[in-house]
Design a protein around this ligand. Structure first.
Ligand code: ADP
Length: 492
């Protein structure tokens, strides 16, 4: 259990793991929007409240402004008068506004003189402020000073009784933003709470999702581990995601290939044991039969000994072929490439095989179209040529013939061996390169075949990146053709 938890934690901490990435994505998906929404709402609220406050104050000031005009507060008209009663009413209204909005209202006349200040500080003074002057020119301004915590605005006092609606004064108002800030603080506290809650939920979801979503991949590795540890040798199945299905399919294919390889290896070992046991069994039978005869004549001993020697030779031949085959299984870069005169090599091989051909009364002909020099492994190429020509002689009829042809183009050379022999049945053609395969086991054994010759030949040809093909008609003869690149093996 503890190990499990540590395992999960370790995976979460490693950024390379899918689990860690899912964790981070889910966490970000939960957290980032909540932060954006929080700051967005708070900012929006502040702007909105400030605007609202400005327009409320402006509306009230416009009403007060109208009262000022109707009560002739500035006393601009010669026939007008301003009673101290109506002045007091207006002053009371101004006081009320400044108390209500925790601010200060100043009334400035067209001579930039402060006629009324609710703070009673600047009355009678002249004020030269850009905002006031611009307001006299008809431009209303409002300014929110967040750092000092106030909103400042100008409101024109318009005398609509004259034709041109003249601006006769300006109200310069500054109000506190305290109530907005207080509400903002409450909102902020609440949103921090909600945000923390969301972070907790996002973390919980990130942990749960990262574990749940990656579980199928853990199941895949568990199943693969079980197979590699040997607890199970069946195909595995994790059908949770399309991805896991693909991984598992690929793994099952690999498993099937490994099983096929294992089976073929087992079959090979069985075949090797069987092939090696056959001459041994024959030797034992021969020796036993000599032993049971108390006074066996010397000729019988001699005859049996000759048979025993030929069985030992056979055993030796099988072991030599097996060793050659095992060497072929090594990689292509272990080829010992050198520039070889193929014409000379073919002549040499035919010379070696002539006694065998003569023994079987088989005519051996060599036809070379042109001189050929190629970059090949001489030992392996000798094996290829010898095996093909030897087979053509071995599986031939009395008075038959074998024709060896050598030709080349600018890329490949072709070594062709045709014979007038027994031919190979069609259904056997696809098997002749298999190890220990023989069309007629007893006949092949009689003439000393091990069933490994063509397997060795094919391996050697493939190592040279060449190709081997065969055409054959049963009872008429066969033709084996080998095509090898002249330039040797390039690349691994
Ligand atoms: P072996 O050592 O028995 O000759 P090979 O692998 O060389 O084994 O050949 C496999 C089988 O293919 C032989 O047993 C034989 O039946 C058949 N075969 C090979 N070459 C020829 C050929 N030129 N003509 C007829 N049959 C052949």
């Amino acid at each position: 259990m503890m190990n499990n938890i540590f395992g999960e934690l370790k995976r979460l901490l490693s950024l390379r793991s899918l689990q860690a990435r899912i964790f981070i994505i889910v966490l970000a998906a939960g957290f980032i929007p909540s932060v954006i929404v929080r700051y967005g709402i708070l900012d929006n609220y502040e702007d909105h409240s400030v605007q609202q406050r400005i327009s409320n104050v402006q509306n009230q000031l416009i009403i007060v402004g109208n009262h000022l005009i109707s009560n002739n507060y500035f006393n601009t008209k010669p026939e007008g008068y301003s009673s101290s009663v109506s002045r007091d009413v207006i002053n009371a209204e101004l006081e009320m506004i400044s108390n209500l909005y925790e601010g200060r209202v100043m009334i400035i006349d067209s001579g930039l003189r402060v006629v009324k200040d609710t703070y009673d500080i600047s009355e009678g003074k002249t004020i030269i402020s850009e905002e006031v002057i611009r307001c006299f020119q008809g431009v209303n301004t409002s300014n929110y000073d967040k750092d000092h915590g106030y909103i400042e605005m100008t409101t024109p006092i318009i005398d609509a009784t004259v034709d041109s609606s003249e601006i006769v004064g300006v109200m310069l108002t500054s109000i506190s933003n305290e109530s907005i800030v207080a509400t903002l603080e409450v909102l902020n506290r609440k949103s921090v709470l909600v945000q923390n809650l969301m972070v907790v939920v996002a973390v919980a979801m990130a942990v749960v999702l990262s574990i749940i979503l990656t579980r199928p991949f853990n199941r895949v590795s568990e199943a693969i581990n079980e197979v590699s540890a040997g607890y199970s040798d069946e195909s595995i199945s994790v059908p949770d995601y399309a991805e896991t299905i693909h991984i598992v399919d690929a793994f099952n294919q690999l498993l099937a290939r490994m099983r096929a390889l294992d089976n073929s290896r087992q079959e090979f070992v069985e075949n090797v044991s069987h092939e090696l046991k056959t001459p041994m069994a024959a030797i034992k039978v021969l020796a036993d039969s000599l032993l049971v005869q108390v006074d066996a004549p010397a000729e019988l001993y001699r005859e049996f000994m000759e048979d025993i020697v030929s069985e030992i030779d056979r055993e030796n031949q099988i072991i030599t072929d097996l060793l050659a085959l095992v060497k072929m299984d090594k990689k292509a870069h272990e080829l010992n490439i050198s520039s070889v005169n193929i014409n000379e090599l073919a002549e040499l091989i035919l010379k070696r095989l002539r006694p065998l051909a003569r023994k079987k009364d088989v005519e051996l002909v060599f036809e070379s179209m042109r001189p050929v020099t190629a970059a090949v492994d001489e030992v392996k190429m000798t094996l290829v040529m010898t095996n093909l020509v030897e087979n053509a002689v071995k599986y031939n009829k009395e008075h038959g013939w074998v024709k060896v042809e050598l030709d080349a183009d600018h890329q490949y050379f072709t070594f062709k061996v045709s014979d007038s022999g027994l031919g190979i049945p069609e259904d056997a053609l696809s098997h002749i390169y298999e190890r220990f395969y023989r069309v007629d086991k007893s006949h092949s054994r009689e003439i000393g075949g091990t069933g490994l010759g063509l397997a060795i030949t094919k391996s050697a040809v493939l190592m040279h990146r060449g190709a081997i093909t065969v055409t054959s008609v049963e009872g008429e003869g066969s033709c084996f053709a080998v095509k090898i690149p002249l330039s040797g093996v390039t690349g691994g």
